[in-house]
Design a protein around this ligand. Structure first.
Ligand code: PMT
Length: 400
């Protein structure tokens, strides 16, 4: 069940006798490669201990909203963002009612309100409670809001009743959770992105660099991870936080970035070169700080390796996308780079305008490949990144 591999699943457990099955569910999700964190309501802890779930998940269990110690570790908003899926199993009638009413009166309901991730519930309750009109209305409302309901199954219940209300078995729930990850454009694709500037040392305190903030590359990494890719972000020095579900490799110089990129060859299927790599570096980085004894100073510069050209020329060549940052004749230079660097696609970026390009929140680009040229008008870099990743995913799916 590769769809669960590396997925981040927040398992919510509410108060019901079926909570004992949640321990098995943690194991099944982990067996299928998911990373699992557990959140328990106060009622859930009457049925099963946090210690059991901590041991099985390998992570601390979250139980209260207002716990300064837990907030210092992974705060509730971070937890809501961390999740690819919130799976609540068992979901009691009371929990469903609170969720349907938009309540945020405990950690789990708050996380469900805050998360951008999908939510799935595995209802478990007495058959009379499940059949009750209020529960049925709540279930319908939650479905309409896009929340997936897994079950409940019918059969003999802990209370002796027979009917619908049993929580589905752990393996069935894991299979249903996996279906929620099917069909994403870059599912399981190994994708590597370079981002940010490089710094080329002159001496221990000085360097040559450029104005790249990393915003464009980080937005691409986030969008690619959301499209299901396994993303490695090779980043020069930036002030940005690493997007969720992205593995970041920090580098400083062009040579470091080259080495880190080459190490990805063989496993990387799509490579996006968004970094503003310094074309030259000082021939010699002085070991001691240079003193200002002279009026003029000459630094000899030598060429850095061209990373994206080396990637595109590699025997295990990934689908290779470059950027072209230009201040004049943008399209002509970009077309030339597409050919010369042997790329599959180039994203032409006019960096003469401070509202777009380096360090801005917005960008305007033209995407050029064998199929033609497409201009994308000014928009936020995160929105643009989604569009670029959708373009790349289409081309990737059409490859020979
Ligand atoms: O980081 P931001 O502030 O958000 O700004 C985004 C950006 C302007 C940096 C980005 O959108 C962009 O245009 N990145 C490419 C910058 C660049 O170096 O362009 P270039 O035309 O000099 O290089 C062409 C391509 O070759 C690029 O894909 C570059 O990553 C790659 N290259 C260049 C030199 C080199 N030694 N190795 C390379 O791989």
């Amino acid at each position: 069940m590769k769809q669960l591999s590396n997925r981040q699943i927040l398992l919510g457990i509410t108060g019901g006798i079926a909570a004992y099955k949640s321990a098995e569910l943690v194991r099944r999700l982990k067996d299928h490669g998911a990373n699992v964190r557990v959140v328990m309501t106060a009622a859930a802890m009457e049925f099963i201990t946090p210690l059991t779930l901590q041991a099985l998940s390998g992570n601390p269990v979250h139980t209260t909203l207002l716990d300064p110690e837990a907030e210092a570790g992974m705060g509730h908003i971070e937890l809501a963002r961390w999740a690819d899926l919130i799976l609540v199993a068992p979901a009691s009638a009371d929990f469903m009612a609170r969720l349907a009413n938009g309540r945020g009166d405990d950690l789990l309901t708050t996380l469900c309100l805050a998360t951008p991730a999908r939510i799935a519930l595995a209802p478990a309750m007495n058959q009379g409670m499940w059949r009750d009109a209020a529960t049925q209305d709540n279930a319908e409302l939650l479905r309409q809001r896009g929340i997936a309901l897994f079950g409940p199954a019918a059969g003999e219940q802990a209370c002796g009743d027979v009917g619908p209300g049993r929580m589905m078995e752990a393996e069935q729930l894991a299979e249903l959770a996996a279906t929620l990850f099917e069909g994403r454009a870059l599912d399981g694709v190994q994708l590597c992105i370079t981002a940010g500037p490089t710094r080329e040392a002159i001496d221990p305190v000085r360097y040559i660099s450029n104005h790249s903030s990393g915003k464009m590359g980080y937005a691409l990494a986030e969008a690619a991870a959301d499209a299901g890719a396994q993303v490695t972000l090779i980043s020069g020095p930036t002030q940005l936080a690493c997007p969720a579900r992205v593995q970041r490799i920090d580098v400083v110089s062009a040579e470091d970035m080259y080495q880190a990129s080459m190490a990805q060859m063989g496993s990387c299927q799509v490579f996006i070169a968004c970094a503003a790599v310094a074309d030259y570096r000082p021939a010699k980085a002085e070991e001691q700080k240079i003193k200002k004894s002279r009026d003029t100073m000459h630094i000899e510069l030598i060429r850095n390796p061209d990373i994206v050209s080396a990637v595109a020329g590699h025997p295990q060549r990934p689908y290779t996308v470059g950027f072209a940052a230009e201040t004049q004749d943008v399209l002509r230079y970009a077309r030339d780079k597409l050919q010369r660097k042997n790329l599959d696609m180039i994203v032409a970026n006019d960096v003469s305008d401070s509202r777009i390009g380096f360090n801005s929140d917005d960008n305007t680009v033209t995407v050029i490949d064998a199929n033609g040229e497409q201009r994308i008008e000014q928009m936020g870099k995160r929105q643009l990144a989604r569009q670029l990743i959708a373009n790349i995913a289409t081309r990737w799916s059409q490859r020979d």
